[in-house]
Design a binder for this molecule. Structure first.
Ligand SMILES: N[C@@H](CCC[C@H](N)C(=O)O)C(=O)O
Length: 286
């Protein structure tokens, strides 16, 4: 009887990751999530101890103007305009569920995105980025170590800091420094994601990212990879296409700089389905 009761409100999910940035994905075309307080629900199910655990949640919904619409929630329940790795994962999910063909177009709060799925790899085309949205060589004393920064909005806000090597940047240090920047509301009233970049060669950078809304370092950040690749190119440190090495793997960013715009921006990498199942009320209703 008890088991039956528990199973009554089960919600189907798919667990995915792109370069280790992991998500719980829901198909909400039939409104299965509509009666839930989504912020609270997301926060609960992203808990890695008491529930399934993830960096964020992707919700696929119907769209009147595209193949589908994507909503993205960080693990703290906050809804963000865009998620690059999430976009790659939801594109593969949509393809596998028959919602879209290999080539698709979908809505996000940051605009329309295109994607192409080739087996377990997904390439997402971003809207052009106006160079006026990119601030190079800014200065603010966030801490003894962090002063010179660059800023780009690529769907969501990203700060970029260059480091000579990562050997002293432990995970704890990334979190400590990341929080100093992320919560500096004087400069970033809505907060910002914080990227630490090491230039490896003229086509390769390594990036570690502290993510707003996860409030931790993640294994990869797609919009962060795009921001760092564009900023590094504008500063003359690399040339596109840029290979971005992250903790969870490798991403590739293609783009062109044309006049005042960055055009033809593509983010490419793996998008894997690791599990499918049901979330039970015990997983979110405590
Ligand atoms: N992991 C993401 C970025 C998600 C949004 C971010 N945490 C924010 O709130 O700005 C990515 O792959 O782009």
């Amino acid at each position: 009887m008890v088991a039956e009761g528990i199973l009554m409100n089960k919600i189907p999910f798919t667990k995915m990751n792109g370069a280790g940035n992991d998500f719980i994905v829901f198909d909400n075309r039939d409104g299965i999530l509509d009666n839930l307080d989504l912020k609270a629900f997301v926060k609960k199910i992203c808990d890695r101890r008491f529930s399934l655990g993830a960096d964020g949640v992707l919700v696929l919904e119907n769209s009147k103007i595209a193949d589908f619409s994507m909503r993205y929630f960080n693990s703290d329940g906050s809804e963000a305009e865009m998620c690059g790795n999430g976009a790659r994962c939801i594109a593969r999910f949509a393809y596998l569920k028959g919602v879209a063909k290999e080539k698709m177009i979908f809505e996000t709060k940051a605009g329309l995105y295109e994607a192409e799925v080739v087996e377990d790899r997904v390439r997402v085309k971003f809207p052009d980025v106006d160079l006026s949205k990119i601030q190079l060589d800014q200065s603010y004393k966030f801490s003894e170590e962090l002063e010179k920064y660059h800023f780009a909005t690529v769907g969501v806000p990203h700060t970029v800091f260059y480091v000579d090597d990562f050997s002293n940047l432990t995970h704890e240090k990334i979190v400590e420094l990341g929080r100093k920047v992320r919560y500096c509301t004087e400069i970033f009233p809505k907060g910002a994601n914080v990227n630490f970049v090491k230039v490896i060669d003229e086509n390769t950078i390594a990036v570690r990212t502290y993510e707003r809304g996860v409030e931790d370092e993640t294994y990869a950040c797609g919009t962060g990879a795009v921001s760092c690749a564009i900023v590094s190119t504008l500063l003359g440190k690399v040339k596109p296409p840029v290979v971005v090495k992250v903790l969870g793997g490798t991403l590739k960013v293609h783009f062109k700089i044309e006049g005042q715009k960055t055009t033809e921006i593509f983010l490419e990498g793996d998008a894997r389905v690791v599990a499918e199942g049901y979330i039970l009320p015990d997983g979110w209703s405590w």
